[in-house]
Design a protein around this ligand. Structure first.
Ligand SMILES: Cc1ncc(COP(=O)(O)O)c(C=O)c1O
Length: 401
């Protein structure tokens, strides 16, 4: 079966996290948060942790101590914990587990995520506090993970399963705005020392499913705008480029980025520049615009759209915007065309695409070049095409900020 986009993103991140080999790399790949003026880290567990016997011993001790929270009861061994860590966590591309680490590298607990392919959803997984210090810390760790899920996995929903008898966990999740969606009756099965909960009418316990809509919680009144998405991936790429990619390797990341970017947009070529201002300037120069020419730009944008036109000696002419989305008003656009007009720079503002179909038609009618400024709208689409791929006459400009 073809992987869903959520699964692809999850697996890519799981692979990225688990490949960290040194502590430095893990720290950089992980997430961090502040709690009571101290820094804490969510450090991904990966291949290099399998042989960490101290970690295995700690995990086994914690599991033994928290038996009542698990739907299985058997004596926990270090061998069993090792197998679980290797097979169920590290070798499982659908699972990510983070150690929660405090200052002085104190290991406080763990928290993780599971991608569930049948439901195509993200489940909170293996949430365990091993150390009783820092009350309130687990909520902060959970919030950090939720923000990451929303930002990097582009999903607004997290689910979880918890035993009804685990009242402490349930009140923790309720406090963190998770809501019960269903409960399934369970029965204990097997000998006292190796019991397992299985679905059954007896109701010895219940598995409660809960979920949270990350966008629609009372605590979050969101203003819909898009900021830059700088995750630990970008931090790692920059670190690698600065430390290793010079001399004969100087363009490795650049070439990789350009290729991936072109692939993402669905175009043949992408060329990175140091800024979007530079990209606009280059494109205007490439089509030969200069003194005496007029270029139509929207009157709400960043100053660079117009200043790039000025750099060539051409004159920016301001076109009114549509009050609904602040992109170029097509009626006013046509009114501003004169015999000197040579080009149009529609700006896709704050994730809203400009009205490209109409703009391209007008451009064709008057023989004008279209250069798209997609600086604040990478990934926005018109029909099935990403913005930045329409400026057919010469070039689409799309440089991330
Ligand atoms: C619409 C638009 N165009 C161009 C730019 C210029 O980008 P850069 O700062 O990369 O030169 C920006 C930057 O904010 C922008 O918002």
């Amino acid at each position: 079966m073809e992987k869903t986009s959520l699964e692809l993103r999850f697996v890519e991140w799981a692979t990225f996290f688990k490949s960290a080999s040194s502590f430095r790399e893990k720290l950089m790949k992980g997430l961090s948060f502040e709690f009571e003026e101290q820094e804490f880290y969510l450090i991904p567990i990966g291949k290099s942790d399998i042989n960490d016997s101290k970690l295995i011993t700690t995990l086994a001790t914690w599991r033994e101590r928290n038996q009542e929270t698990f739907p299985t009861r058997f004596s926990v061994t270090e061998m069993g914990t090792f197998n679980w860590l290797e097979k169920a966590v590290v070798d499982n591309e659908n699972r990510i587990l983070f150690k929660i680490i405090g200052d002085c590298l104190k290991f406080i607990g763990h928290i993780g995520l599971l991608y569930k392919s049948i439901e195509d959803e993200i489940e909170l997984d293996n949430v365990l506090r091993g150390d009783d210090e820092f009350p309130g810390l687990m909520s902060k760790a959970l919030q950090t993970l939720e923000e990451w899920v929303e930002q990097e996995l582009s999903t607004n929903r997290i689910t979880l399963r918890v035993l009804a008898s685990n009242t402490r966990a349930i009140s923790f999740y309720l406090k963190n705005e998770y809501e019960e969606i269903k409960r399934v009756s369970m029965e204990w099965n097997g000998a006292e020392t190796e019991k397992q909960l299985v679905p059954g009418k007896r109701g010895d316990d219940f598995i409660i499913s809960m979920d949270k809509d990350l966008l629609n919680t009372p605590a979050k009144q969101k203003v819909l705008t898009a900021g830059p998405s700088i995750s630990s991936k970008e931090v790692c790429y920059v670190d690698t480029a600065v430390r290793f990619e010079w001399n004969h390797k100087n363009s490795d990341s650049l070439i990789h980025f350009e290729r991936k970017f072109a692939e993402y947009l669905g175009v043949e070529y992408a060329m990175a520049t140091s800024s979007c201002t530079g990209a606009l300037h280059l494109a205007l120069n490439a089509v030969g615009l200069g003194p005496g020419d007029e270029v139509l730009v929207p009157d709400i944008t960043w100053v660079a759209t117009a200043s790039a036109v000025m750099y060539t000696g051409a004159t920016p002419i301001f076109v009114d915007v549509d009050p609904k989305d602040w992109t170029m008003d097509v009626d006013d656009l046509e009114k501003k065309i004169t015999p000197k007009t040579k080009g149009i720079i529609p700006v896709h503002l704050y994730g809203f695409p400009a009205k490209l179909d109409e703009i391209c038609q007008i451009a064709e009618k008057y023989g004008l070049v279209v250069i798209e400024d997609a600086a604040p709208a990478i990934g926005a689409e018109v029909g099935n095409n990403k913005v930045g791929t329409f400026g057919g006459q010469m070039a689409g400009i799309w440089l991330a900020r």
